[in-house]
Design a protein around this ligand. Structure first.
Ligand code: AMP
Length: 648
């Protein structure tokens, strides 16, 4: 039987390579575009969702069209993010693994430019690049695009959203006029139309699926809750889906970090991905997610764009995107490669109009879902546990030596009693938390009478002073300029204040100062012990926000020393706020990113189910990472305050 890719005109070497990747049949987009692109004589516009096999749709024809005897760049693929760039380059390397003398280079910010220049110098035929770094390299006259025959603009809508229009113009002006341009986009806003018109000559246009139609494998649901119940709703959704492997989208870097930190503190296996992290940190987060060492990735749109991680079960829109079109990109993280997935929106009553708009764009209806009750969650978790117990692999050899003692311990209990006790061990923790858990679904009365107001404070909400209930927010005059990570600061405060790490809550690392939240009950002890503390010859003082300092002997005033220096510190660690291509270009200049092991034990705080859903156990190690600075565009004037503890 002839291989279906061969039938489309793909040569044996490439067919064998994709076979090894498990591609048995072309996806619809590949089936439609490969024959057109193989002709090599047309400009092309493909309107296609992410996750549909787009990379092979243009990658395989490129491999047929390129002359691999020559070592000159013949194809340039531009894409919006570093992650996507690496993904595409990797995919094409895999497709061309049997192709003699095929060289693919990934050109993106945040990595050593010298290495990329070296690869270019050694000869490449396919360049996959993000616009910022590409322009840098062109500016250095380090690449010759005079032999480029094909330019691919992947996720064109996103590149424009990110403000790359000018860069793309500049880059394309260095390529020959008679090259062919292939543009792929999930949506077709007027700006993309304009590009197609300006850069292309009578392009062949293919719409894969219905125009703007979302992936058919994705179910869309929304939950209406009060704004203040959003976080509790998120946890309930996660608790109700014990096997969730999901991406949670927030609107801002701060929200992303905040939600991730709350989840981590509440014992979930989560981490944040946003532009304030150094590239190294982002890579690590992504690697952990890809390896499934993390259950929930909390991300901004920009950071998670184009990411291809297979098996994502849920996308959760913790906040709806500003640009409704971005919803398609978000939900496209799930339901990939033929798998099914659920895309969930947690909204307030005023946002139902936006849901209707999204429905029009994706051409699919949302289901209005009800958040599970506390009882539902308990039941789901209980049976999740029962199934896990039932299916657990027993290490007979290891457990055997303990069996007789274990049997002795249970000698006075019947089988039924033993089962009941094992089940209760886990179940009680859920029950304890959830037995009085309120119904978070917004009733019609709530929606119309009380609106978004309300008296009850969500646990974990900040109190008037900006600290969580039960905690005091303390100012301390050390921070990231002292090369402290959060872990360092935790140890520093605990060691000098002689308090337990468990008493420390949120740590907000700034430039020359920081804020540390400490349990009210531990504050006096901390102040009593924190005397004559020095760091690098500087007196360290700690004080309640707005109160007299403790530790230092007066002198320096907080507003002067702290905040003024704070800016300096932020600039120093953050880097490239003003440059909209900060992360993309500048990353290599910020080499500071090594890991540092910390001694703090924040992991201790995850236990105990102290807040909704705080019942996941983690035995993993914790570590801190030194932040290098801001990522691309999102980076802003980041203070590099991404030093965070993580659990794996
Ligand atoms: P893409 O849209 O190119 O990011 O591809 C989405 C996912 O589908 C990737 O994990 C690809 O490896 C996978 N994929 C692409 N084409 C095929 C195919 N013909 N058969 C099976 N999987 C594929």
């Amino acid at each position: 039987m002839i291989n279906p890719f061969s039938k489309l005109g793909i040569s044996d070497d490439v067919v064998n390579a994709v076979k090894e990747l498990g591609f048995e049949n072309p996806t619809p987009i590949q089936e439609q575009s490969i024959p057109v692109l193989l002709e090599g004589s047309n400009d092309f516009v493909g309107l296609a969702q992410t996750g549909t096999g787009k990379t092979a749709a243009f990658g395989l024809p490129l491999l047929e069209l390129i002359d691999f005897k020559s070592n000159k760049p013949q194809a340039l693929i531009l894409c919006p993010t570093r992650e996507l760039c690496l993904q595409i380059a990797n995919d094409i390397k895999n497709f061309s693994k049997n192709t003699q003398n095929a060289h693919v280079v990934a050109v993106y910010g945040g990595a050593n430019i010298m290495q990329q220049l070296r690869e270019i110098r050694n000869g490449v035929q396919i360049v996959v690049a993000t616009p910022g770094r590409m322009l840098d390299i062109i500016g250095r006259k380090a690449i010759d695009f005079s032999s480029v025959k094909y330019v691919v603009l992947d996720e064109a809508d996103e590149m424009l959203n990110m403000g790359f229009q000018e860069d793309i113009n500049d880059i394309l002006s260095t390529t020959p006029d008679d090259k062919k341009t292939w543009l792929f986009s999930a949506t077709m806003p007027p700006e993309v139309r304009r590009i197609a018109k300006n850069y292309m000559d009578n392009p062949v246009e293919l719409t894969m699926g219905t125009k703007n139609t979302g992936n058919v494998n994705i179910e869309h649901e929304y939950y209406i809750v009060k704004a203040r119940d959003k976080y509790a709703a998120l946890k309930r959704i996660v608790d109700y889906n014990p096997d969730i492997f999901g991406v949670v989208f927030c609107k801002t870097k701060m929200d992303t970090q905040d939600v991730a930190e709350h989840l981590i503190k509440d014992g979930y296996n989560a981490d944040a991905l946003h532009g304030d992290l150094s590239q190294q940190q982002r890579d690590k987060v992504m690697q952990r997610f890809r390896d499934r060492n993390m259950q929930l990735l909390i991300a901004t749109d920009v950071a998670a764009r184009g990411i291809d991680v297979s098996g994502v079960t849920h996308v959760i829109n913790y906040a709806l995107p500003d640009e409704i079109e971005s919803y398609t990109h978000r939900s496209g993280r799930t339901g990939r490669a033929g798998k099914t997935g659920v895309s969930i929106c947690i909204i307030n009553a005023k946002e139902t109009g936006k849901i209707r708009q999204i429905e029009r764009i994706i051409g699919k209806q949302f289901t209005k879902a009800e958040l599970p009750t506390g009882f539902d969650v308990c039941e789901k978790q209980l049976f999740g546990l029962i199934h896990r117990v039932h299916n657990v692999e027993v290490n007979e050899e290891q457990i055997d030596k303990y069996m007789s003692r274990i049997n002795d311990e249970f000698a006075d209990l019947s089988k039924e009693e033993v089962i009941k006790k094992f089940a209760s061990l886990e179940f009680n923790r859920f029950l304890e938390y959830y037995q009085n858990a309120p119904d978070l679904n917004l009733s019609a009365d709530d929606r119309f009478d009380r609106g978004e107001r309300g008296e009850r404070r969500e646990r974990g909400e900040r109190n008037g002073r900006g600290a969580e209930d039960g905690y005091s927010r303390l100012f301390i005059n050390v921070g990231s300029v002292d090369e402290f990570t959060r872990g360092d600061l935790l140890s520093f405060v605990c060691n000098n204040g002689k308090i337990s790490g468990k008493a420390v809550g949120k740590i907000d690392l700034k430039g020359v100062f920081s804020f540390v939240e400490v349990e009210n009950g531990a504050v006096d002890a901390l102040f009593n012990n924190f005397k004559d503390v020095q760091y690098n010859g500087r007196e360290v003082r700690i004080e309640k926000s707005g109160e007299a300092p403790v530790g230092g002997r007066g002198g320096e005033r907080r507003s002067g020393g702290g905040y003024r220096g704070g800016n300096g510190g932020e600039r120093r660690s953050g880097g490239y706020g003003g440059d909209r291509r900060g992360g993309d270009r500048g990353g290599d200049r910020r080499s500071g990113g090594g890991d540092r092991s910390g001694s703090g034990r924040r992991g201790d705080r995850s236990g105990g189910g102290s807040s909704e859903g705080g019942f996941r156990d983690f035995s993993g190690r914790s570590r801190e990472e030194r932040s290098g600075g801001s990522g691309r565009r999102e980076g802003g004037s980041g203070n590099g305050g991404s030093d965070r503890r993580r659990r794996s």
